[in-house]
Design a protein around this ligand. Structure first.
Ligand SMILES: [Zn+2]
Length: 286
């Protein structure tokens, strides 16, 4: 189906099943799919259903149906984060064994919006028990080049502080599980919406501590509604209508900054779109 083994490229689309795809999440799906196909890679689907209260029953099935209707077929069986809990426990234990984890007793009320001040870094205050577990973030600035946004840097210890891996509500933090999954699935390239650009430095710190090669990254501009807010399920973006798949694909394609082109089938759409993406975004492959 693809020459993924030859190129070694492994990309993924990782939606949270809080509802069906909308115009915004389709953009991330399309960009990651185009990039994987343009680089002769494999494209994986991971359902990020770890945050169970936000998951909607049946949304994962709907998302898969929408992707297939649009001609985006994944190359390996999808995985569900909720079925991978032992992986997260094992990775957490590895960090703990290196002395990189500590318990935090702070409540939200005790903390300001700024970086975590390290209140519990050297032990819990007397009589308090740990509510959450934090990573002891090493000093130093993280540098990386985003394929869309250009050079980036963040002093994670100074600007974010020791961040949470295991939350007070008993759930794993997004930052942690995404790095464990990308590492275990051998993901080489992440293409996603630029709302996650700010998470990337934290994820690279974690990847390095867990011994994973940090993936290359590309953060595509997000769609906003008329008031400038990101289109998201939280903001009640309407579900994607895939009753006219070609129109839907062409709209997403234009939202990625390309000019529409004639195509009479979805197969023809992809056959023409992939080389156009490659020409613009994969100069090393030309
Ligand atoms: Zn604390």
């Amino acid at each position: 189906m693809s020459s993924g083994e030859a190129s070694g490229y492994r990309g993924r689309f990782a939606p949270s099943p809080s509802g069906p795809l909308h115009d915004g999440s389709l953009l991330a799906a399309m960009a990651s799919y185009l990039d994987a196909r343009a680089q002769g890679g494999r494209w994986l689907l991971r359902i990020e259903d770890i945050d169970t209260p936000r998951c909607a029953a049946g949304a994962d099935t709907l998302i898969m149906q929408q992707l297939q209707t649009l001609g985006m077929q994944w190359d390996e069986p999808p995985v569900w984060q909720s079925k991978r809990l032992p992986n997260y426990e094992a990775a957490f234990a590895r960090l703990q064994a290196q002395g990189l984890i500590y318990g935090c007793a702070c409540t939200r009320r005790m903390l300001s919006d700024g970086p975590y001040p390290g209140t519990c870094r050297h032990g819990l205050p007397p009589g308090r028990t740990a509510r959450a577990w934090r990573l002891r973030v090493p000093q130093g600035t993280v540098h990386f080049v985003d394929r869309w946004q250009g050079p980036q840097s963040q002093d994670v210890a100074g600007e974010v502080g020791d961040f949470i891996l295991h939350r007070a509500d008993g759930m794993w933090a997004y930052q942690f599980v995404v790095v464990v999954d990308d590492g275990l699935q051998g993901i080489t390239d992440i293409v996603r919406g630029n709302d996650l650009l700010d998470s990337t430095a934290r994820q690279r710190v974690l990847a390095q501590l867990l011994g994973y090669e940090p993936p290359r990254v590309m953060h595509v501009p997000l769609l906003c509604d008329r008031t400038g807010r990101k289109l998201s399920k939280q903001n009640h973006a309407p579900a994607l209508d895939v009753s006219h798949p070609l129109d839907t694909l062409q709209r997403a394609w234009r939202n990625l900054g390309f000019a529409a082109f004639p195509a009479s089938t979805i197969q023809e759409f992809w056959a023409r779109a992939v080389p156009l993406w490659a020409a613009r975004h994969c100069p090393d492959r030309q």
